[in-house]
Design a protein around this ligand. Structure first.
Ligand SMILES: *Cc1c(COP(=O)(O)O)cnc(C)c1O
Length: 225
């Protein structure tokens, strides 16, 4: 028999607690973002009943129906945001974790002003792996982007987010988590850190993650059509 969603969620919570203890942190400093991409609204409901309150989706289009259906939870966009989807994203999401350019920040700020959205919470996505295929601002361009956002009226910067390169061996990811924390300490002392997924969130917590984005460990394997 496979575990139920409620059991998997409670298993994840337990691992969060243990990792936090190991790092001398409190589990309630860590926000669990349940990544529901590819899964239907019915499964999101099940997660809500099991106590999940924050959800992550990586596509605006796919999230739309679920957000309409599931109320009273917080929705985070964790996938790359194309400029032509920015307005819809502003209308749908509570938090956009993937701001990675001045152009996108500028567009979001303008849309917020037009739509009368006073405060849009965002993270800046940083790419420390220099991977051509990944989105995220480089370390070099980060200060300019932070400065730009600091001058925006509507964008409220919560912190930094990253999707590090994938390694089977989680210890190889640790330096990326650590580096992001160092950058945060230097540039954004009160900032949050969104890092860590199903296979490496305990290491991310040890390195200071405040938001972990966990899909598979809660919802099971994804099937892509
Ligand atoms: C899918 C996704 C996750 C969750 O990945 P799992 O390995 O299923 O936990 C986390 N972050 C982002 C940006 C994702 O796209």
């Amino acid at each position: 028999m496979s575990e139920s969603l409620a059991q998997r969620l409670s298993g994840v919570r337990n691992q969060i607690k243990l990792a936090a203890e190991k790092a001398g942190r409190k589990a309630d400093e860590i926000t669990l973002v349940a990544v529901s991409k590819t899964h239907p609204a019915a499964l999101v409901s099940e997660a809500v009943e099991a106590g999940a309150v924050v959800f992550g989706e990586n596509k605006v289009q796919e999230a739309e129906g679920k957000i309409a259906e599931i109320k009273n939870v917080e929705w985070h966009l964790i996938g790359h945001l194309q400029s032509n989807k920015a307005r819809k994203a502003v209308k749908l999401f509570d938090v956009i974790q993937t701001v990675d350019s001045i152009e996108l920040a500028e567009r979001l700020e303008r849309i917020c002003l037009e739509e009368n959205r006073q405060d849009l919470k965002i993270f800046v996505q940083v790419d420390l792996g220099n991977e051509e295929t990944k989105s995220g601002v480089s370390e070099t361009d980060l200060p300019k982007l932070l400065e730009f956002i600091g001058n925006c009226k509507c964008l409220k910067l919560l912190g930094l987010m990253q999707i590090p390169p994938f390694f089977e061996e989680v210890e190889k990811v640790r330096p990326f988590f650590r580096r992001l924390r160092e950058i945060r300490d230097e540039l954004l002392p009160d900032g949050k850190l969104s890092m860590g997924m199903s296979h490496d969130f305990t290491v991310a917590i040890e390195e200071g993650a405040t938001h972990i984005r966990v899909g598979t460990a809660i919802f099971g394997e994804r099937e892509y059509k």
